[in-house]
Design a protein around this ligand. Structure first.
Ligand SMILES: Cc1cc2nc3c(=O)[nH]c(=O)nc-3n(C[C@H](O)[C@H](O)[C@H](O)COP(=O)(O)O)c2cc1C
Length: 227
């Protein structure tokens, strides 16, 4: 088998293996391995190679402070998002949103009508699903949609690098609900704006949330080949 086929198969395996994980073991990743993975993530392309990502990786005692403080976003209603988020999708997008949520709550044996349990499951976002690490992804204040797309590419590179290293992750808009608090606790300049966070570590394969695997639309629904 040629090297070319090997790498195509390896990539397919990694891309299909990545999924959002919402239950982690608490084992920390060694610092050198973390640096290797974040260095690899930086190979992402960006407009004019501007590399507009500011990445703040939090672990250890600092993370425990955040784990204590961030849930208060919900309990005290402390919202300060840098980018507006209505969270309300229409039509096809609404169907996909419902379907993904249903699959997650079914995996967790939570009834749709059980508001309290759904709220508890959602609140786990703010304690990073027990992960030992989180990365917060920021862009500079003057940037917009183009640079946000660059951050998306960076984030996917990062998630695939984690998967390739036997690790798991969950990208989380929820972690941007109180951007002021994150900036305050990590002493980050107000000029950096928070897009989302990403919890990561080793998957706890026993956690019911991790039984959830959502599918994708048919290729013909999203992609048009013009000849
Ligand atoms: C930018 C972004 C933000 C997301 N925010 C959240 C979040 O706040 N909480 C959560 O549990 N999942 C979040 N997700 C995960 C999506 O629900 C998930 O990617 C989608 O359902 C597809 O599932 P998969 O990642 O397992 O393939 C987010 C994903 C992306 C790309």
């Amino acid at each position: 088998m040629s090297d070319k086929i090997d790498s195509a198969q390896a990539f397919e395996q990694i891309a299909r293996a990545r999924h959002s994980v919402r239950g982690f073991k608490n084992d920390a990743i060694p610092q050198q391995q973390l640096e290797n993975i974040f260095e690899l993530a930086q190979t992402a392309p960006s407009n004019c190679n501007t590399q507009p990502w500011h990445v703040h990786v939090v672990s250890g005692d600092k993370l425990e402070v955040l784990r204590k403080e961030l849930p208060q976003v919900l309990t005290r209603g402390e919202f300060s998002m840098d980018f507006p988020y209505a969270g309300k999708y229409q039509g096809l997008y609404k169907e996909r949103q419902y379907d993904a949520a249903n699959q997650l709550y079914t995996a967790m044996a939570i009834e749709r009508a059980d508001r309290a349990k759904r709220d508890d499951a959602f609140a786990r976002n703010f304690t990073f699903f027990d992960a030992p690490h989180v990365a917060f992804l920021f862009i500079d204040e003057e940037f917009g949609v183009r640079e946000a797309a660059d951050i998306g590419m960076y984030a996917q590179n990062l998630m695939l690098a984690l998967t390739a290293n036997g690790l798991a992750s969950c990208p989380q808009t929820a972690l941007s609900f109180n951007a002021d608090k994150v900036r305050e606790l990590l002493d980050i300049d107000k000029q950096q704006k928070l897009l989302f966070g990403l919890s990561f570590g080793y998957e706890d394969s026993e956690h019911p949330a991790n039984r959830c695997r959502v599918g994708r639309a048919k290729l013909s629904e999203t992609t048009c080949f013009h000849n």
